[in-house]
Design a protein around this ligand. Structure first.
Ligand SMILES: [Ca+2]
Ligand SMILES: [Ca+2]
Ligand SMILES: [Ca+2]
Ligand SMILES: [Ca+2]
Length: 258
């Protein structure tokens, strides 16, 4: 008796004497889940019979989950629950081998939420402050439930965008400066500095003199302030017999549209 596989099938061969079917290649469940073979047996008198052999492939866990970032935006100091990124997590395997649990590293002010099958949103979990933590590296881990299981990590670098939530602050509440009388008008008397812990334009400071009256005239006829540097200049020549001291107030301002 002689057996043959009727259709051309390079994946399987049959031992024509014994009828044992052998696999020639590595079979991949993800490519094909089953094969149907038509087998023929023939005796010496050339009488034949045919039979169908169904080969079912069993899945093994041979694919790691894949995490793809679909959308991503750097967050600003924003309210909790703001969506930062959308992620797609998938695994080509089947059953438990393709079932994924996703998690996010500990101690970050973010969480992931399953928004629909295989899609996660990364959202803020509390208010972010650039001045406290300007950036985060967030690691998302996807693990399948196969045995042994596969894990995939994806790290996102988030830079927190600044908002102008801090005013400029002078180093001291008040300053005292001395100037000799009969000074040259325009001479520099003093310089003040203020600091602002925000970033970029949110920390650019301008200095102004509050326009109050000194001895019945505008403070700006005594003193001027360089808006950029905070340098204080005498506008006039002072006479000790007329003016022994005066008080001015300075204002800082951040320019938002530079
Ligand atoms: Ca898998
Ligand atoms: Ca598989
Ligand atoms: Ca800020
Ligand atoms: Ca500021």
């Amino acid at each position: 008796m002689q057996t043959t596989i009727l259709q051309s099938m390079e994946y399987f061969t049959i031992n024509s004497a014994t009828g044992d079917i052998h696999v020639n290649v590595l079979l991949d469940y993800e490519k094909s889940k089953q094969y149907e073979l038509n087998v023929e047996a023939m005796d010496k008198g050339r009488l034949t019979d045919t039979s169908k052999v169904l080969v079912e492939i069993t899945d093994v866990n041979d694919n790691a989950p894949v995490i793809s970032v679909i959308s991503f935006s750097n967050p600003i100091d924003s309210a909790p629950g703001t969506v930062i990124a959308m992620l797609n997590v998938k695994d080509l395997d089947s059953g438990k081998n393709g079932q994924i649990k996703s998690s996010i590293g500990p101690n970050v002010p973010f969480k992931i939420q399953l928004s629909s099958s295989n899609f996660y949103s990364l959202v803020t979990d509390r208010v972010l402050d650039r001045e406290t933590t300007p950036e985060y590296n967030i690691t998302i881990t996807a693990t399948d439930e196969g045995s042994p299981s596969f894990s995939t990590n994806k790290t996102l670098n988030l830079k927190i965008s600044d908002v102008n939530d801090n005013p400029p602050l002078f180093q001291h509440q008040s300053y005292t400066a001395y100037v000799l009388e009969n000074n040259t008008p325009g001479v520099s008397i003093f310089a003040v500095t203020a600091a602002d812990i925000d970033s970029g334009n949110n920390a650019r400071i301008s200095y102004f003199l509050e326009d109050i009256l000194l001895n019945g005239v505008s403070a700006s006829t005594y003193i001027s302030v360089n808006a950029e540097s905070g340098e204080i200049l005498a506008v006039r020549s002072f006479d000790y017999e007329q003016t022994k001291e005066f008080h001015i107030r300075l204002i800082t301002w951040i320019s938002l549209n530079c």
